[in-house]
Write a protein that binds this ligand. Sequence first.
Ligand code: ADP
Length: 217
Amino acid sequence: MKKQYVVIGLGRFGTSVAKTLAEQGADVLVIDANEEKVDQAISYATHAVQADATDEQALRSLGIRNFDVACVCLGEIQSSIMAALICKEQGIDLVLVKAQSEVHAKVLYKMGVDKVVFPERDMGIRVAHNLISSNILDFIELSDDYGIAEIEVHAPWVGKTLVDLDFRKKYGVNIIAIKNGHSVNVSPLPGDVIAEDDVLVVIGEEDSISRLEQYGE
Ligand code: ADP
């Protein structure tokens, strides 16, 4: 059966989540207290409802317990905590919340929220990595120490196989995919040969990725 998504709060982040889910063909209910925001969402969401997401009765009557995934995207911390709590209490399997601060995140995890995201902080990290190294096209932080980076191929790597490069041994970094234009090789083999315009997707410790990026000869 198709998964049912509910997105609470149609700020910039919530709207972007809801639109992308809808574009991917998902069923999305969006909830916002602001009538104008709800009206705008009618064009892309499966259902758009004006309601106060901190009002348990209101969420209950919308049948929120029937949803598989909830995404709470409210700017105000108190409202965000209330809405997340109601979603968890109603038994939604996966509740994801946009957090404003580490303290906010800590409270959310204590309440049993499944996933907390910091869109601004995460985008800041990605942008900074990209600014520091022109070869790092993108960076996703997995934890304080680990990340995934997309790295442009250095000239000495061209024509070599993954075995020749041996990044795992030399840098403790694994190549998890090789991108080329629109195509992505998601299970690279030891004998695959690196081309000049390839982009390597690597996973490892942040320090190791930096070393690979700086001294990757
Ligand atoms: P962003 O930073 O992603 O733009 P905002 O915090 O500016 O997010 O937007 C939050 C959205 O949540 C607004 O559209 C606002 O109308 C809505 N909102 C705020 N409080 C509630 C609430 N209690 N119930 C439902 N929607 C709310």
